[in-house]
Design a binder for this molecule. Structure first.
Ligand code: FES
Ligand code: FE2
Length: 384
């Protein structure tokens, strides 16, 4: 019987240029370990700030099996709390929405936007022991940071700020002025990829499959051959360049974003932020996806597309938006179907691992290096 120590040992010993061993996706103890050491320790992306339009707007997330509630405050700030009632452990709210107060579905305890308990229904006459009252008067706060419009939360007290982890990514993004993008499309109900979360992450930093899997959608306009490396062994993220060989949509006029230099008008940068966010940016729009493991073989995602403020001025904006959404959904459906096949394959737990394409799967290799470091205690490799 393969133990979790055997799995970690096999992950640690994967040589450079090879893929993740199958057992890393399937071992019954692997996800618990990932929740403990990755999702329970790292900054995890839970969505975009544009989802939280006004005070009381909220989104929810599952972080290492802790329900988390992220709320826009009256002063415009965004704060996060444990989304569990202080009475008897019930998850208070699900999905996204806007409320003035949060009401627990079980016995109607009511919480303000800042997590304060404002009413314990029919309990005013009950004597609350002094030593316990502090514990129930508010929802515990969760560390939360907004970086370039992405909302990150962490359950750890000592993780260094996202802005420090991603300083190098901020430099890559500075020409785009992402703060001027509108979160036009945000989809929070796209659940159930029938694949392990690591397969989903790897898929989105893999340029090798573009020509084949996406031959009917995005492949022809962003071929594998134009992909090239940008970052080398960054501990928290990766960034890969690609180029458009043709416009995604012939009807959309040339680049509108005034800040992007002409030589970058055809550039697409695909960024992975460990452990659970991948996004790609080009002059006028940014596509993103954040993943959460549901179980070892299922992953839920939230995703969206944000557009430069100038994009709204193009002719037929609404119909172009619809086209863009359909194209992304088509590409996503192609990825989903492919990952079903990968998930079926990894169940064999084949001990042999294949070769990675040195250029187009470079960041699949770097993601493996991240997993090797955080789970298997391997050193950060400086090899590219
Ligand atoms: S569990 Fe929330 S009010 Fe009872
Ligand atoms: Fe894909």
């Amino acid at each position: 019987m393969t133990t979790i120590e055997d799995v970690l040992s096999s992950i640690r010993s994967v040589p450079r240029g090879r893929a993740m061993p199958a057992v890393a996706y399937t071992h019954p103890e692997m996800l618990a370990l990932e929740r403990e050491r990755i999702y329970g320790q790292e900054w995890v992306c839970v969505g975009r700030q544009g989802t939280l339009e006004r005070p009381g707007s909220y989104l929810t997330a599952d972080v290492a099996e802790s329900p988390v509630l992220v709320v826009r405050q009256d002063d415009g700030s965004i704060r996060a709390f444990v989304n569990v009632c202080r009475h008897r452990h019930t998850q208070i709210v699900d999905g996204v929405g806007t409320v003035s107060r949060f009401v627990c579905p079980y016995h109607a305890w009511m919480y303000d936007k800042d997590g304060t308990l404002v009413r314990a229904k029919d309990l005013d006459r009950v004597q609350v022991p002094a030593d316990c009252s502090q514990n129930v008067e508010r929802l515990p706060e969760v560390r939360c940071e907004v970086w370039n419009g992405f909302i990150f939360v962490t359950l750890a007290d000592d993780t260094q700020p996202v802005s420090e982890n991603l300083a190098g990514l901020a430099e890559i993004l500075q020409n785009y002025h992402l703060d001027r993008f509108d979160d036009t499309i945000v989809v929070h109900d796209d659940v159930d990829w029938a694949a392990n979360w690591k397969l989903v992450f790897e898929n989105f930093v893999d340029s090798y499959h573009l020509d084949y899997v996406h031959r009917a959608s995005i492949g022809p306009s962003t071929p594998s051959a134009l992909a090239s490396r940008r970052t080398v062994r960054e501990p928290h993220f990766s960034a890969q360049d690609n180029r458009h060989s043709a416009p995604v949509n012939e009807d959309v006029p040339a680049v509108m974003n005034p800040f992007v230099p002409a030589e970058d008008h055809d550039l697409v940068v695909v960024m992975g932020v460990y452990p659970n966010l991948v996004f790609s940016i080009e002059p006028d729009f940014m596509w993103w996806i954040a993943m959460t493991p549901v179980d070892a073989a299922r992953t839920s995602t939230v995703w969206g597309v944000s557009f430069s403020s100038e994009y709204k001025d193009i002719p037929d904006y609404e119909s172009n938006l619809k086209l863009m959404r359909e194209l992304i959904q088509a590409a996503t459906a192609e990825d989903k179907a492919t990952l079903v096949a990968v998930q079926k394959g990894v169940r064999r737990n084949d001990p042999d691992v294949g070769y990675l394409h040195e250029e187009w799967e470079a960041y699949v290799g770097e993601f493996l290096n991240y997993i090797q470091r955080v789970l298997a205690g391997a050193p950060q490799s400086s090899q590219s």
